[in-house]
Write a protein that binds this ligand. Sequence first.
Ligand SMILES: C[S@@+](CC[C@H](N)C(=O)[O-])C[C@H]1O[C@@H](n2cnc3c(N)ncnc32)[C@H](O)[C@@H]1O
Ligand code: SF4
Length: 368
Amino acid sequence: MTRHLYVHLPFCAHRCGYCDFVTVVGRTGQHAAYVDALLRELALERDRLAPELETMFLGGGTPTFTEASALERLLQALPPAAEITVEANPETVTQELARRLRRLGVNRVSLGVQSFRPHLLSVLERVAQPDTVRRAFYHLRDAGFDNISFDLIYGIPGQSPSDLEADLGDALELGPEHLSCYELEAKPGTRFTHAHGEELARQADAMESYFEIVVDRLTSAGYRWYETANFCRTPDRPDGRDLRAGHNLAYWLGRDYLGLGIGAVSTIEGCRWRNTPRLPAYVSALVAGRRPERELEPLPLDVRQRERVMLGLRLDEPLLVDGLGDVLDGRALDRLQRLGLVDRNGRTLALTPRGRMLGGGVTADLLA
Ligand SMILES: C[S@@+](CC[C@H](N)C(=O)[O-])C[C@H]1O[C@@H](n2cnc3c(N)ncnc32)[C@H](O)[C@@H]1O
Ligand code: SF4
């Protein structure tokens, strides 16, 4: 039985130039019909889900831009879960919204901060200003949220190393439980890539040192670097809470998950499918009582094993390699071990801190 559920809420007030997620601008009049469709899809897939879930993640788009009564109806109808995360854009977080989310059982919020520097927020075409972020954070704290994550982006055109230091300092001053720090990616076909793609390509070499700044600053502040781009506060006591992002951890550990909504991906019992990204086609299929159109991706054993290695080595805990030997290149493994990039210990494998800095390249070398 699947214990992890992702729900996609695609609506955004505007489209940021760098974003290629499945989003739909505005369409306030269609939010209720979309939520109806989501609940129909849930009813069709309910048998795949355990009665009580470990994690549920409402991602977007901007879930908190969804019309209030539609979002409330959705949260009331979804199955119970131990960890319920909602992604929020700072400018949407009012005192009322924060209280409503809390009352509806949400216990984790992932806030799209990106930067605290006005000139960089403007390059990213963000609506929220640094004060909007701080206000949103305090509304969430006041409403009782004790598990808040920030998304930050580095490598923004015009961002100096001291801008990055200052962003990390501002984030640490607020003290969220969790931080995700992503290198800005030039997504093909976006306005942003058209305008800044060449600049991003030119600065690519500098990004290793930016990543080092992120890791040094956050680990020195006591955060655990538990996944390539993710950091969490460590418990004060040995029996304290594990503040890693439970839902994402399920992906990195290769667990099954169900995704609902346009563009949502599901991986269950060795099958993967992706729902149509088209809103009208999704809604009309479900109104007619049918599953939405889906793209199926075959997942032969070797593909699953490779994924397991690629995702598992992003974590700071060693990966058990039993049964994964066929996809590992023994000679590359010896070489990377000699270079101090990989640690092999009996039946487990892990990247060293240096190996983790180099990340994907080392893992790609390891795969036969
Ligand atoms: C689903 S997205 C957006 C969530 C929310 N709507 C927002 O804008 O804050 C989740 C996160 O992905 C990251 N992201 C989006 N596009 C990116 C890109 N081109 N490069 C790097 N990170 C990106 C951002 O940090 C963002 O907060
Ligand atoms: S970055 Fe967030 S707010 Fe901007 S378009 Fe993408 S999902 Fe919407």
